[in-house]
Design a protein around this ligand. Structure first.
Ligand SMILES: Cc1cc2nc3c(=O)[nH]c(=O)nc-3n(C[C@H](O)[C@H](O)[C@H](O)COP(=O)(O)OP(=O)(O)OC[C@H]3O[C@@H](n4cnc5c(N)ncnc54)[C@H](O)[C@@H]3O)c2cc1C
Length: 416
């Protein structure tokens, strides 16, 4: 395999935006993904819809994720794969792979990164497990958009897991879809169903500790999306824990569907259409980088000098121990920004991190982890890594003002 200027690990929103943004700056890019398509959590874990990402600035409603995120949404709409804020994952897979082709990004699917080879503060190459065995990938620069900070961890840079007191992460959730639902009838019976659910939960009737049944409409007629299973106190980076979580969550899917058939209307002809290919991980490792973005920074609406993205999604913490979800909603007009330093892992000159695993604490991650924001973070990482690659500089040495200017010129909103 040829050597690349930049290799991006992980084809979720963050990795896709990073690969596209870097290629647009003229470097050659390889995007490595363990599954068979692009999109990450919305594709592998059926996550949907886009959580809110706008606020009023000087009286004008402003989207805090623009740039490549806007382009992706426009393309989804063109393909009939987006309705309001919900997306259709098949459309997303197609749109993203088309964009990669147009941008000249090379793709490597079915490749699972398991080792990083380092030399003097730099990653020299990475190794991926493939059907033909181990494959080595060489690049001058890398972006870790694996969600789990997998490359950063393998390279030996510091990371943390979950919240500081006990390393517990937000719960994992196996999303599922029901087909052939009379959606209007179901929604009319929602209040009654939720009340019955609460009663049964209090009696200890469920394996699932979640406080209510969370569902969403989808762009597909008669199909409902459920983000309602909850597996707590498992480590999302431990394969034995994740296996146990998958097994438990599947039991929860069946228990909740059985319950709904008895306690809600509109499910008479319904069927369990699909569960996600993978249990969804809200939170796992986070890098300890040049700057650790904190919940306190977010609540103070901090605007950093080296801002590269902006966010105002609520600090949305699904209880890592059981029932309940806590929220801190940002007042209208307020938002915080994400500093470039939170994308820079310690002790490594040619690596940036993008997506839900940037350098932050548990509380801040609970806010910026949403799809629109990780896409903006990915775009920033892509431009930054290209600037480093083109000038042969360390990721710490690039001009932040040039990075910010380029992002703005490309239509991104960076909050300052
Ligand atoms: C259950 C659940 C519900 C959520 N609900 C919402 C919601 O309603 N709205 C919203 O906006 N956000 C929601 N989120 C958050 C959001 O979906 C994610 O935080 C976001 O999509 C993460 O994007 P990412 O690109 O950082 O990581 P990911 O999307 O996880 O992408 C990482 C990619 O890296 C690949 N990868 C991982 N390890 C390796 C490896 N070793 N080798 C090769 N490839 C690898 C993965 O296959 C994946 O494609 C939810 C998350 C979960 C789990």
């Amino acid at each position: 395999m040829k050597k690349y200027d930049v290799a991006v690990i992980g084809g979720g929103f963050a990795g896709c935006a990073a690969a596209l943004a870097a290629a647009r700056e003229g470097v050659n890019v390889l995007l490595v993904e363990k599954s068979n398509a692009l999109g990450g959590a919305p594709v592998n874990c059926l996550v949907n819809p886009f959580m809110p990402f706008s606020t009023k600035i000087n009286g004008v409603r402003t989207e805090l994720s623009q740039g490549l995120f806007t382009t992706i949404c426009d393309r989804l709409r063109k393909h009939g794969a987006m309705l309001y804020d919900t997306l259709h994952e098949e459309g997303l897979k197609y749109v993203l792979s088309q964009m990669m082709e147009e941008a000249g990004v090379d793709l490597l699917y079915h490749a699972y990164i398991f080792r990083a080879e380092k030399e003097e503060g730099k990653i020299k190459s990475i190794s991926v497990a493939t059907k033909k065995g181990e494959m080595k990938i060489e690049a001058d620069y890398f972006v870790d958009a694996s969600g789990d900070a997998q490359l950063t961890y393998l390279a030996g840079c510091p990371t943390i897991l979950g919240r500081p007191e006990d390393s517990l992460c937000q719960p994992m959730t196996l999303c599922f879809r029901l087909g052939n639902v009379d959606v209007e009838k179901f929604i009319k019976s929602n209040k009654r169903m939720q009340a019955a659910y609460k009663k049964s939960l209090a009696k200890g009737a469920f394996l699932n500790p979640r406080e209510d049944i969370l569902f969403f409409r989808t762009p597909i007629h008669n199909v409902l999306h459920f983000n309602t299973t909850r597996v707590v106190k498992k480590n999302p980076t431990d394969p034995e824990d994740v296996t146990a979580a998958e097994l438990l969550a599947r039991k929860q899917v069946y228990e909740i569907y059985d319950f709904m058939k008895k306690n809600a209307d509109g499910l008479e002809d319904s069927f369990l259409m699909m569960t996600a290919a993978e249990i969804g991980v809200r939170e796992s490792r986070m890098v300890v980088g040049e700057y650790v973005l904190t919940e306190k920074d977010c609540r103070a609406f901090t605007k950093f000098d080296d801002s590269v993205a902006a966010c105002n999604y609520d600090i949305d913490i699904h209880n890592p121990e059981g029932s309940g979800t806590s929220h801190y909603y940002f007042p209208e007009g307020e938002y915080y920004t994400i500093p470039y330093r939170s994308l820079i892992p310690q002790n490594m000159d040619n690596l940036l991190v993008a997506g839900r695993c940037i350098s932050s604490d548990h509380g801040a991650q609970a806010s910026y982890r949403i799809m629109p924001t990780v896409c903006s973070i990915g775009e920033a990482a892509g431009v930054a890594i290209a600037l480093a690659a083109k000038s042969n500089k360390s990721v710490r040495e690039i001009s932040v003002s040039e990075l910010q200017k380029t992002l703005k010129n490309n239509g991104a909103f960076i909050g300052i």
